[in-house]
Design a protein around this ligand. Structure first.
Ligand code: SIN
Length: 281
């Protein structure tokens, strides 16, 4: 696709692109915003380098993509309740987001996307992996596509953020909290038609999906496990190496992500703003 106002360099065959020629600290011109949206639709996650954003500027750029969806469970940046803090201190063991998932699939109206901005990153490690759920869907056999069409799946926040999970959370407590608010359950189609691109994407994820609607956990497990293995084949993924000032904007409807926890003894601090989406039914 042709871009006139931004530079776009794909990060892999199916997912991710680095965008150049944009200073997000300045108000985005409509033409550039339109092209960033187009790249976001095409690649599922877009990356920007060397940005210098105050929290106010981070909020302002996120709001160009839609209203903010406040996360109930993450600790927030002091003074900024709408910015979630993704933090791991040198002495902490567990990281936030250290498993394949897509944000907020447990909500009736799941988030459009998340905008993560790196303030402090380890010397090495702490990368984030992304996987394309368009590519995962497209590569399924016709028979599997027919099987999945019309199926719906139950998603929940309870087993991840609720009271029982809090008891097992270890040093994530304090960074993740409010277990009493983990009451969200939602049912979504297993294959969604993306509200903006119109493309079909697989919409189950290992973090929040419990089972297929009307199926038992035991019945659902083998098929979910197959889909989870299939969806993260290396060719459907890309890996983003953060630097201070990097910003990633990912589409929660068409991608999964995974924060790699391989930087023990170092600090990693990022600020996340989540953007509201629309119903997937
Ligand atoms: C997240 O899952 O939102 C965090 C991703 C990351 O820290 O790389």
């Amino acid at each position: 696709m042709n871009y006139q106002h931004i530079r776009v360099v794909p990060a892999s065959a199916y997912v991710g692109a680095e965008i150049g020629g944009v200073d997000l600290a300045k108000p985005l011109k409509d033409e550039a915003l339109g092209e960033i949206r187009r790249a976001f639709g095409e690649y599922g996650v877009v990356f920007f380098r060397d940005q210098h954003l105050s929290p106010e500027q981070h909020i302002a750029v996120a709001e160009r993509f839609g209203p903010i969806d406040i996360n109930r469970f993450f600790a927030h940046v002091p003074g900024y309740p709408i910015i979630a803090e993704v933090r791991k201190e040198p002495e902490q063991e567990r990281n936030i987001g250290g498993g394949w998932h897509t944000d907020h699939s447990y909500d009736e109206v799941p988030a459009l996307g998340s905008m993560l901005y790196a303030r402090e990153v380890p010397q090495t490690g702490g990368d984030t992996l992304f996987a394309s759920m368009y590519a995962a869907y497209d590569a399924l056999s016709d028979g599997m596509k027919v099987t999945l069409e019309g199926l719906r799946a139950c998603h929940s926040s309870r087993h991840v953020f609720g009271a029982e999970a809090a008891a097992r959370r270890g040093d994530l407590n304090g960074r993740i909290g409010n277990p009493e608010l983990a009451t969200q359950d939602a049912v979504h189609p297993v294959v969604i038609r993306h509200p903006e691109t119109g493309r079909k994407a697989l919409y189950v994820n290992p973090g929040f999906t419990l089972r297929f609607e009307g199926w038992t956990d035991e019945e659902s497990r083998p098929l979910l496990d197959y889909l989870y293995r299939h969806a993260v084949k290396p060719e459907f993924t890309c890996r983003f190496r953060w630097r201070e000032g990097s910003l990633a904007l990912w589409d929660n409807r068409s991608t999964w992500h995974f924060a790699v926890n391989d930087y023990h003894g170092e600090r990693r601090l990022l600020h996340r703003i989540t953007i509201q989406g629309t119903s997937l039914h």
